[in-house]
Each structure stands twice: as structure tokens, then as C-alpha cells.
Ligand binder design. Structure first.
Ligand code: BTN
Length: 260
């Protein structure tokens, strides 16, 4: 994949290509800590210690999946960094649509969902102090051409190929994600707001109008979700119609991933 990727990306990013790594996010952190430039992208064929959100592991089989991490050094206040996760989620969804011709949904804040199954996860990490961001690492793991999944995730995970029947060119998919991200990142950074991207994000949001279960520590609460706002918060309402913003946390969508 390397030569094709170099050709497709031209000089749009600084590409670090690896056959194998523990985790592209960890490698990106090591590179960032030693001064790697803004828009460095680490792509690996396989990870032997891939990380998911909330301390979970992430399986990314060689040849069939994408694992990539982007190093950014944005001029942003620390509180705004999490919005970048939504920018990449939208960009990756647009890339999936470009490659498959099918609508790709987003489960807030950052899972990509095709035919009600998860095809992509995003892990954003950051090094910052109170005043400024040193760097942000955005890791994208996408199931591309897998046809079988481990038993424990088989009912909720899928790949682009398992859902569409099409074998997808991984280098072209990575290039497409980065191209869409370049465009959306620029739009976002102009006003440090998701406002201009809201329509594109919300129209793909699988949570819209559906019941969601908010998991806040030990508590679980049922709400109806209405979409995100310009800060990337999920707007939800309770049975009395009172609305609130959910800024972070785990959200299950009724009818998705076994939540019935
Ligand atoms: C999730 O739990 O949904 C997030 C999964 C993120 C996986 C990607 S694969 C590339 C990057 N490197 C990692 O170790 N994790 C992220």
C-alpha cells in the first residue's frame, strides 16, 4: 500500500508508514513529543496493541483494515479540542460514502455506522496545558475488507466489504479521509465552530430523534436526542421536554449495538 499512498497523498501531509507498530496513536505521540510537524500522519499495516476508547483494545487485522493517526498542532483553546473528533468523524463518513456510494451514519460523537453496525472508531488524545494545546492525536481505525469478526463483536461490528460486497482500496480510502478532513478542518478552524458543518454532521447522525441511554458513571438515563450544536454537544430532552447538552460520555442508541 505504501507506494500508492505516497502517490495519492503527494505532499499534502507528512506520511510515516510502518509495517507494524504497537499503536499508531502511541507512535504519533512519541513522534509529536519529539517535534513532529502539524499534519504528520502515521499509517500502519498492523497494530499489535491497538487502543480503543475507555481502555478497550482495538483489533485491526493486517491487509483488511485501516489504522492511522493524525498529529495536529492547532491554534485552539484546550476546551475546543474535542470538536476535532467530530470533524474527523464527518470527514471519514464522507470518505466512506465516496468509496461505497452508501450513506454512512455517525453515532455521536465518533463511531461510524453502516447498516446499523460499527465500521469505524476514533480515539482522540491530547497533550496540553491550561493555556494551549501542544498537540492532538486523532486515531482512526476502520474495518475495510474483513469478512469475519471475533465472536464477541460479530453482532455489532462490520466492514465496508461485509456490508456493501465491494472490495475497497485502502490507500484510496485513507487519501479520501485526509482530503475531506483537510477541507472540513479549514472550515472549522475559520470560526472555531462546527456551525458550518452542522447540517452535514446532523444529517448523518444516527442518534437523531431516537431514544438514547446516557451512561454517566454509575447512572443511566433515557433521553431523546435531537442533534449536535455548534460546540459539538449532543442536545437531548427528557420526557417533560426539558432539553440539555451532553458534552461527553457514553451514549447508547436504542436499536443499535444490541440496545433494545
Ligand atoms: C473506539 O474505541 O471506537 C476507538 C478505536 C480507535 C482505534 C484506532 S486504530 C488507529 C489508532 N491507534 C490506536 O491504537 N487506536 C486508534
Amino acid at each position: 500500500m505504501k507506494e500508492e499512498l505516497v502517490r495519492l497523498l503527494k505532499n499534502s501531509v507528512h506520511l510515516v508508514y510502518m509495517e507494524e507498530v504497537d499503536s499508531t496513536n502511541d507512535e504519533a505521540k512519541r513522534l509529536a513529543a519529539s517535534g513532529a510537524a502539524h499534519k504528520t500522519v502515521v499509517v500502519a499495516e498492523v497494530q499489535n496493541n491497538g487502543k480503543g476508547r475507555r481502555g478497550r483494545s482495538w483489533d485491526s487485522p493486517k491487509d483488511d483494515s485501516i489504522c492511522m493517526s493524525l498529529i495536529l498542532r492547532p491554534e485552539l483553546e484546550t476546551v475546543h479540542a474535542s470538536m476535532l473528533t467530530l470533524v474527523i468523524a464527518l470527514s471519514a463518513a464522507e470518505a466512506v460514502e465516496e468509496m461505497t456510494g452508501e450513506t454512512c451514519h455517525i453515532k455521536w460523537p465518533n463511531d461510524l455506522v453502516l447498516h446499523n453496525k460499527k465500521i469505524c472508531g476514533i480515539l482522540t488524545e491530547m497533550s496540553a496545558d491550561i493555556e494551549r494545546i501542544h498537540y492532538v492525536i486523532i486515531g482512526v481505525g476502520m474495518n475495510v475488507n474483513q469478512e469475519v469478526f471475533p465472536e464477541d463483536i460479530a453482532s455489532m461490528a462490520a466492514s465496508l466489504k461485509s456490508e456493501t460486497g465491494k472490495e475497497i482500496n485502502r490507500a484510496a480510502l485513507i487519501a479520501s479521509v485526509l482530503r475531506h478532513f483537510e477541507k472540513n478542518y479549514h472550515i472549522f478552524m475559520e470560526q472555531t465552530s462546527l456551525e458550518p458543518l452542522l447540517e452535514a454532521y446532523n444529517k448523518r447522525l444516527i442518534n437523531i430523534g431516537r431514544q438514547v441511554k446516557l451512561i454517566c458513571g454509575d447512572r443511566e438515563e433515557i433521553r431523546t436526542s435531537h442533534g449536535i450544536d455548534a460546540k459539538g454537544a449532543l442536545i437531548v430532552s427528557d420526557e417533560k421536554g426539558r432539553t440539555e447538552e451532553v458534552i461527553s460520555g457514553e451514549v447508547s442508541v436504542r436499536g443499535l449495538y444490541g440496545y433494545v
